[in-house]
Design a protein around this ligand. Structure first.
Ligand code: FAD
Length: 455
């Protein structure tokens, strides 16, 4: 007998319940990935993620070869391709990870319909993409937690499975036709500094992180220049690492660093359970408001924000890091998002789109819901807080090292003025090829407060 395993956001062999289940159910399995044009049409692919995906698929294929198998890749609409593969190999079951977005639900629905016509059963497995499945804990009287802390309390008390090892052998039938894997390497629009993708690389980084950076995470994670976070987000986004595995490895290490890190991982599950219950929040405000954004009149401000020339050094540093590395520090994401949505008063969707165009970890769940959190339209319990980029810069980049790394025009500026170059004595200021502030922070704050009925 043969079973199909459809890989989606779970590009790994370790701790992979659908693969395990398929191997138990059948003598042979077809590990399948479908490059579906619908992902492109929905606006979800971007050069950086495409490059990382190509690495993930190549690594998955290599790992399968070591186990006597291979990855079958097909290009085309997912339901049609999976149906054709199931028919070609006479599979009776298709196993996959359950998804949480509208896109994933629709995909599952289409697959179920297509496979039903062929008498094939679709089995969707929970807790593959997240450590804890959405809906595993719910508050009384609601279908999801809207506040993080009580969710975290319940989430922390759950027992997670012990992560499963990768199977030793994956027997794949000979005669299933596939398309070539996508080409790897830098392509048009790919940022120069993106990391290598794939499960092997992710596992190397996870091991190094647990051994090295994790212990100091609690103290150092907000230090912009120190770069002391795990940078595991792209591997988690593509499922090259199992979230259950990452949580369990950190817990096994223990200590305050591990606790703080696991709390961050819980944010990922928290947002997934919000999105599963309110899938429309990928495009609409989670919390409704009645004022209008200022986006229409703000084309020039938006361009300056995207290009890192707002005149606020820490904002510009972060936006340039994003363009170069396809990644940005969480503290930096918070402050550039606050600057766009609260100081410039631009619709969070504009910022979320730009992030999705560049982030290697760009994720419809984490991105849209973090943007909403910052914009005050999401789950933040203090939606009116506004981050001041000068205060944030001084606090999280006190020596200006992060700013000097990404904004070379300010390399020579002394620390005292690094976050406020407009305060330099005029002769020195005249030497800086760096823009004046795009907006007066007090004006931005006044507009925001007025718009949200807070003045
Ligand atoms: P670490 O600090 O090492 O944290 C470990 C892991 O926990 C991360 O890899 C991530 O999977 C998870 N995590 C940490 N913080 C959050 C959070 N606030 N929400 C959800 N998960 C979290 N994360 C994405 O994975 N994809 C996105 O598209 C994304 N967009 C964001 C947009 C904005 C405006 C903001 C404020 C945050 C966004 N985040 C996003 C969350 C967070 O910034 C990144 O996950 C984190 O910076 C990744 O770096 P790291 O792996 O070194 O994180």
């Amino acid at each position: 007998t043969v079973a199909v395993v459809l890989f989606t956001s779970d590009l790994r062999l370790h701790d992979h319940p659908p693969l395990r289940a398929a191997l138990r159910a059948a003598d042979e399995v077809v590990p399948l990935f479908v490059l579906d044009p619908a992902v492109h049409h929905a606006g979800f692919d971007a050069p950086n993620r495409r490059a990382f995906l190509a690495d993930c698929l190549a690594d998955l294929d290599a790992s399968l070869h070591r186990r006597g198998g291979r990855l079958v890749l097909r290009a085309g609409p997912v339901a049609r391709e999976v149906g054709a593969v199931a028919a070609a190999c006479g599979a009776l079951e298709v196993h996959m990870a359950a998804g949480v977005t509208r896109f994933a639900h629709r995909r599952e629905e289409l697959l179920r319909e297509e496979l039903a016509t062929r008498g094939v059963r679709l089995v969707a497995h929970d807790a593959v993409v997240t450590a804890v499945a959405p809906g595993a804990v719910v508050p009384t009287g609601s279908d999801h937690y809207a506040v993080f802390t009580p969710y975290f309390r319940r989430w922390s008390a759950l027992r997670l499975r012990a992560p499963e090892a990768a199977p030793r052998e994956v027997p794949v039938p000979e005669d299933v036709a596939g398309d070539p894997l996508p080409a790897r390497g830098p392509g048009p629009g790919v940022s120069p500094g993106i990391p290598a993708g794939g499960e092997s690389e992710g596992r190397r980084r996870l091991a190094a992180w647990v051994r090295g950076g994790l212990a100091a995470y609690e103290d150092r994670h907000d230090d912009l220049a120190g770069d002391a976070t795990s940078r595991l987000s792209p591997y988690l986004h593509f499922g090259a690492l199992s979230p259950v595995d990452v949580v369990q490895r950190a817990r096994a290490r223990g200590g305050p660093g591990a606790e703080a890190f696991v709390r961050q991982l819980c944010w990922r599950d928290f947002h997934h359970q919000v999105m599963a219950a309110r899938p429309e929040s990928s495009v609409r405000d989670y919390r409704t408001r009645d004022d209008d954004w200022h986006s229409e009149e703000a084309a020039e401000e938006i361009a300056a924000w995207k290009e890192g020339r707002t005149g606020y050094p820490v904002v510009d540093a972060a936006m340039r890091q994003l363009r170069y590395e396809g990644w940005m520090h969480n503290r930096a994401r918070l402050l550039v998002a606050s600057f766009l949505t609260k100081t410039l008063y631009v619709d969070w969707r504009v910022g979320a789109r730009h992030f999705l165009d560049l982030l290697v970890d760009g994720d419809i769940v984490n991105n849209q819901l973090n943007w909403q959190w910052v914009a005050g339209t999401g789950t933040d319990t203090r939606p009116h807080r506004v981050l001041n980029p000068v205060v944030q810069g001084k606090r999280f980049d006190p020596q200006g090292t992060y700013v000097r790394r990404w904004v070379p025009e300010l390399k020579g500026v002394v620390t005292r003025y690094i976050h406020e170059p407009w305060r330099l004595p005029p002769p020195e200021r005249a030497q800086q090829a760096y823009p004046e502030p795009l907006i007066d922070l007090a004006d931005g704050l006044a507009r925001f407060k007025h718009a949200r009925g807070r003045d």
